[in-house]
Design a protein around this ligand. Structure first.
Ligand code: SAM
Length: 222
């Protein structure tokens, strides 16, 4: 532990006990999680809870996801250093920071302007470059920078938004929590070199809703 990084021990413990111990084994993902200072991506009063095995509130009813789930979703993306990645749901910017460690370019779309601005500040504070945060409806993807080798949706969706499948490169991988507003499965979509799409389902998760044209309607709206 150093003054510059007072949470290094907790971060290494998080990776060993919460992530490696539960079967995440990609060495690049584990190294990124040891490196990115998660405590800089939570509201300052919650910094001491940043390495606990749970999601935390980040304001505006949104959350930074549980470290283990972030690790699983990141591993499922199978990123290479040359990859271009789209994240839908910037939230705190923490997962975008990890993606930036593993890929060449990261575009992250966030629906709420205040959340996006805080994420930009968090990323700058953590010294992370290589992430472009865009305000918009990520269910429509981000056509300007498509196609993407990896797409991760970090909010619960009733179905994988069609534009995201269209914006996935041949050979690309997409990971999303798909299900009801209360409970979802992690779904991985792989687009083969000849454009065929295959789907694989993993265990249950619980995310805040993806609200947009190809997601859920805002609560209180028909
Ligand atoms: N990946 C984030 C992190 O590392 O902190 C956690 C994301 S949080 C669980 C889900 C985020 O998705 C929220 O910030 C929410 O505002 C955002 N969101 C919901 N619907 C969206 C949409 N249609 N487009 C973009 N972002 C959306």
């Amino acid at each position: 532990m150093t003054d510059a990084d007072p949470y290094m021990r907790e971060r290494y413990d998080m990776v060993e006990h919460q992530i490696q111990a539960r079967g995440v084994s990609d060495p690049r993902v584990l190294a990124a999680m040891r490196k990115v200072p998660r405590h800089l991506f939570v509201p300052p009063p919650l910094a001491r809870a940043a390495y606990q095995d749970r999601p935390l509130p980040i304001g505006e009813g949104q959350t930074i996801s549980q470290p283990y789930i972030v690790a699983v979703m990141t591993e499922l993306l199978e990123l290479k250093p040359s990859d271009r990645v789209l994240e839908v749901g910037t939230g705190s910017g923490y997962q975008a920071a990890l993606l930036a460690e593993l890929a060449d370019r990261v575009i992250s779309v966030e629906r709420l302007p205040g959340v996006a601005e805080q994420a930009r500040e968090n990323l700058a504070r953590a010294g992370i470059t290589g992430v472009r945060v865009i305000v918009g409806d990520g269910t429509e993807g981000y056509l300007e920078e498509a196609p993407y080798d990896g797409i991760v949706v970090t909010a619960a969706t009733p179905a994988v938004p069609e534009p995201l499948i269209e914006q996935l490169a041949e050979g690309g991988r997409l990971v999303a929590p798909v299900g009801s507003r209360d409970m979802q499965d992690l779904v991985k979509v792989v687009k083969s070199r000849d454009g065929q799409v295959s789907r694989f389902t993993f265990g249950g998760v619980c995310f805040v809703p993806l609200i947009g044209r190809y997601g859920w309607k805002e609560e209180g709206f028909p």
